[in-house]
Design a protein around this ligand. Structure first.
Ligand code: PLP
Length: 480
């Protein structure tokens, strides 16, 4: 592509993106395609001769766009709703053009130092002490993997050189609640600790880790010679956004010198709001914390912020510099990002965090988060006030867990589960909204997660209207 074509297509693309960001509602949130449709619409092999960008873009619009799930749609209420905001999109455009590969300070002084600066800004916004050093990974799964790798480095002597296999290192244990994210399971599997090394601690009625059960589990394991390796506490669990009692968990960890990792992947940014701070009490005592700006800080996927008070241990676990990567400034102690993780090459992710934080300002960030929380509480009130619905969990942040329970419904609890599953399919089929589900106390539960920048009361109202409409329709269909 020559420079003049680049300019022409680039301008057209910016127009297209601007229209999209402004008007993503013209698409159904969930695409109306069947498995295999996209693959069948595309040739089996790459073209032998280069094609024009006009032709490529026409196929993008014809084949790709209709098969997109629109995470950037204000009616997206599934999982955790997210936003690629305009400054973040522009930053990623620039990042692709600059193609920075920030393995060493030398290979991108700007990306290396901007990562430090933008993570320090975020840390201040969240009220964390500057004893936490930050590094950016792609996802929370990888951040938590590094946290547990550091815990393993601390707990299993010689693990870096001798590994785990073929020697008797004794059993170790990682603890998290029954509601912790499955990325913790994957981390213990990948670290060679074995899935059985993870002990899921029961939760109380509000889905928070029970610290009495944690204490008992640690005592029982220690008495039988199993060494506690880490506790993972979650602020904002995946299903209900419940908050583990981190301060108490931190006390237990301090007493027994156990690594404490806090998974605040979704909810962490809410610490920017003074009124939300009580949920975060004690997290400053953690050894490591993960917060995902790509979840609730309007930053395009992917960007996970990993904070650690023992980054020296992360370096002990991962730093390894082959001759070709040695530099004079590295020898003088300048920070090389490749030392704090498994990855060598890394993208210029900090650019989007920096641009988002500057574009919104801390007051702008707080305003959006507050509004999302207000909308979730409003929706929760509608649920609470309606005899055909019930709320299934508290709403500490911007997610509501609920289900339909029509007052005339006389079926079994299994039939009520099936009713809610049909209700979910029906409202998602409208294309106006997308909600996802979870299972709480064995009951099929619907979730409404507010998190998109352009989501307003009107969108939440539309979700509520559809829920009521389809509940009434399905109820009369069931009765008939
Ligand atoms: N931790 C929590 C609490 C989550 O809810 C999720 C995903 O939703 C993750 C970790 C994994 O996030 P990622 O996709 O960034 O790995």
């Amino acid at each position: 592509m020559d420079p003049s074509d680049f300019r022409r297509h680039g301008h057209a693309l910016v127009e297209w993106i601007a229209d999209y960001l402004e008007g993503s509602e013209r698409y159904p949130v969930l695409p109306r395609v069947a498995p295999g449709d996209v693959r069948r619409a595309l040739p089996d092999a790459a073209p032998e001769h280069g094609e024009s960008f006009d032709a490529i873009f026409a196929d993008f619009e014809r084949v790709i766009v209709p098969a997109l799930t629109h995470w950037n749609h204000p009616g997206f209420f599934g999982y955790f709703a997210i936003t690629a905001s305009a400054p973040g999109v522009l930053a990623d455009f620039l990042s692709a053009a600059l193609n920075q590969q920030a393995m060493l300070w030398r290979t991108s002084p700007a990306a290396t130092e901007l990562e430090e600066t933008s993570l320090a800004w975020l840390r201040q916004l969240l009220g964390l002490p500057d004893s936490f050093e930050g590094v950016i990974y792609d996802t929370a799964s990888i951040s938590s993997l590094h946290a547990l790798a550091a815990a393993r480095q601390m707990t299993v002597p010689g693990v870096r050189d001798a590994g785990l296999a073929g020697r008797d290192v004794g059993a170790v244990r990682v603890y998290c609640s029954e509601h912790a994210h499955s990325s913790i399971d994957k981390a213990v599997i990948l670290l060679g600790l074995g899935h059985r090394s993870l002990r899921h601690i029961p939760v109380d009625d509000n889905f928070r880790m029970r610290t009495d059960a944690l204490r008992d589990a640690i005592a029982e394991d220690t008495a039988s010679g199993v060494r506690p390796l880490a506790v993972v506490a979650t602020i904002g669990t995946t299903s209900t956004t419940s908050v583990d009692p981190v301060r108490e968990v931190a006390e237990i960890c301090r007493r027994d010198s156990i690594w404490l990792h806090v998974d605040a992947a979704y909810a962490g940014v809410a610490a920017a709001l003074p009124e939300q701070r009580p949920h975060f009490a004690g997290w400053e005592q953690a050894d490591s914390i993960v917060v995902n700006p790509h979840k609730w800080l309007f930053t395009p996927f992917d960007l996970s912020a990993f904070y650690c008070r023992r980054m020296d241990v992360v370096r002990q676990a991962f730093a390894l510099t082959p001759d070709y990567l040695q530099t004079a400034e590295g020898a003088r102690g300048v920070r090389n990002l490749m030392d704090t993780g498994i990855q060598l090459g890394r993208r210029f992710r900090s650019l989007k965090l920096w641009m988002v934080l500057r574009d919104f300002g801390t007051d702008g960030v707080r305003a959006v988060l507050s509004e999302h929380i207000r909308l979730a509480r409003l929706f929760a009130r509608w649920i609470d006030d309606d005899p055909d619905f019930e709320r299934v969990a508290p709403v500490p942040f911007s997610v509501v867990c609920f289900r339909a329970r029509p007052h005339t419904f006389a079926g079994t609890s299994k039939e009520l589960d099936a009713f809610n599953a049909r209700l979910l399919d029906a409202i998602n089929a409208t294309g106006d909204v997308f909600l996802s589900h979870t299972r709480l106390n064995q009951r099929f539960t619907l979730r409404l997660a507010v998190g998109h920048l352009r989501t307003t009361e009107q969108h939440v109202g539309r979700a509520w209207e559809l829920l009521k409409q389809h509940t009434a329709r399905l109820t009369s269909a069931t009765t008939v």
